[in-house]
Design a protein around this ligand. Structure first.
Ligand SMILES: Nc1ncnc2c1ncn2[C@@H]1O[C@H](COP(=O)(O)OP(=O)(O)OP(=O)(O)O)[C@@H](O)[C@H]1O
Ligand SMILES: [Mg+2]
Length: 378
């Protein structure tokens, strides 16, 4: 996947890393976090770093996390393989008293994960053999939820505080964490925000209008089509929130309809936007509903749905008072201001809603609102 633009963001990220900061990338789904992590990894050597990307979604325990970490280091092109040989020897020396026969996999199996990981990070911290290491962790919140499922609520704080300790202890290793669920909201929910308080928040925004126009034209050109200016403006206006994922889907649909050599005019742009709401394209949007179903227990989940429904029904959005009275009408436990605040914070940070100067909450993406009305609201 080639990363379009993100030049400014990448430069800012390298500046932070060079200044010794560890980062928490906060951004909603499908905005391009994973694409950006891969770009950082690929550009690391040029910036004087060695970088790995760890996608920890689907791992069930801590040892899987560090097995993946070691495997990614091993594959790192500059010195990765030799670093892992040296780690094996180091572990043999420390844990066994002699340097030979050290295979890190063996030690990972035989050693408590904390001890193993401490040695691994000490080894990376002591980077006399090359540039500093940068560990880019994707989908950390999903991994934490897996730990919680296995070991209960305490597991989240335990792992996050342990990571924080490692950051304090090994200051030459740089970290960036991201994921499709806000790590900050997970930490808030479990009252372990202190475990993240040394991290610099790095918000990742959607494309700005000029970048979005350039991106649409680029996709059209690569498919042998021509994007008319007016068509680009229709897409930008109707989408409202310029997520690269949806821009790409719309442009690809319009190109497919136009065929090679075709012209993407206003009518085609409108048709491609309408197509985005077809039942056949429901997977483009279903992640938004799944996110609520998977990650929020009752009664929070129903309340989030209720807020979104109220907001969707009015084109101009909804004010806090309206939301509070809708929630109170739903039966069940009464919902107060503080609870509403929490629900709205979740929907704002997870990318569903935005709030305007008049304190009205609206869908960030017009198309998501249209989809919500068509498929979610009964
Ligand atoms: N900078 C970019 N250049 C080109 N395409 C992009 C860019 N950013 C995102 N995309 C497109 O959007 C899709 C989603 O991006 P990505 O997977 O990086 O999002 P994400 O924020 O990691 O999403 P999730 O939260 O679902 O993991 C990509 O597969 C790609 O098609
Ligand atoms: Mg991702």
């Amino acid at each position: 996947m080639t990363c379009f633009d993100r030049t400014q963001e990448t430069a800012n990220l390298w500046r932070h890393f060079n200044e010794g900061r560890n980062l928490l990338m906060l951004a909603p789904r499908r905005i391009g976090k994973t694409v950006l992590l891969n770009r950082l990894r690929d550009g690391a050597a040029e910036q004087g770093f060695r970088a790995i990307v760890l996608d920890v979604e689907g791992f069930r325990e801590e040892k899987d996390f560090f097995r993946q970490c070691c495997a990614a280091i091993q594959e790192e092109l500059s010195t990765g393989a030799s670093v892992m040989v040296a780690l094996g020897e180091r572990l043999s020396r420390v844990l066994h008293g002699k340097a030979e026969g050290g295979d890190w996999r063996q030690w990972l199996l035989q050693t408590d994960w904390r001890e193993f990981a401490d040695h691994l990070l000490a080894h990376l911290d002591d980077h006399a053999d090359g540039p500093p290491w940068l560990i880019l962790v994707d989908e950390l919140p999903v991994f934490l939820q897996g730990l919680q499922y296995r070991d209960g609520d305490r597991a989240i704080g335990d792992f996050l505080y342990w990571l924080r300790n490692m950051r304090q202890k090994y200051r030459h290793v740089r970290w960036l964490y991201t994921g499709s669920i806000g790590l900050d909201s997970i930490a808030r929910r479990h009252s372990v925000e202190g475990a993240l308080n040394d991290l610099e928040p790095f918000p990742l925004s959607p494309f700005d209008p000029p970048t979005a126009r350039g991106f649409l034209s680029d996709i059209a050109r690569r498919r042998g089509c021509l994007l008319e200016e007016a068509a680009g403006e229709i897409i930008l206006r109707r989408l409202g929130w310029l997520s690269p994922y949806y821009l790409e889907k719309i442009a690809e649909d319009a190109c497919a309809q136009a065929g090679p050599g075709g012209v993407l005019d206003s009518a085609r742009a409108d048709a491609a936007m309408d197509n985005m709401l077809d039942l056949s394209k429901r997977t483009y949007w279903s992640t938004w509903r799944e996110h609520l179903d998977r990650n929020f227990p009752e009664p929070e989940r129903s309340r989030l749905y209720s807020v979104l429904e109220t907001v969707a029904r009015d084109e101009t959005g909804a004010a806090g008072d309206t939301l509070l009275s809708t929630l109170s009408r739903g039966g069940g436990e009464p919902v107060g201001q503080a609870e509403l605040r929490k629900l709205l914070d979740t929907l704002l940070t997870d990318g569903y809603l935005e709030v305007n100067d008049e304190h009205r909450y609206r869908f960030r993406m017009n198309l998501l609102r249209e989809w919500w009305l068509r498929y979610v609201v009964l």
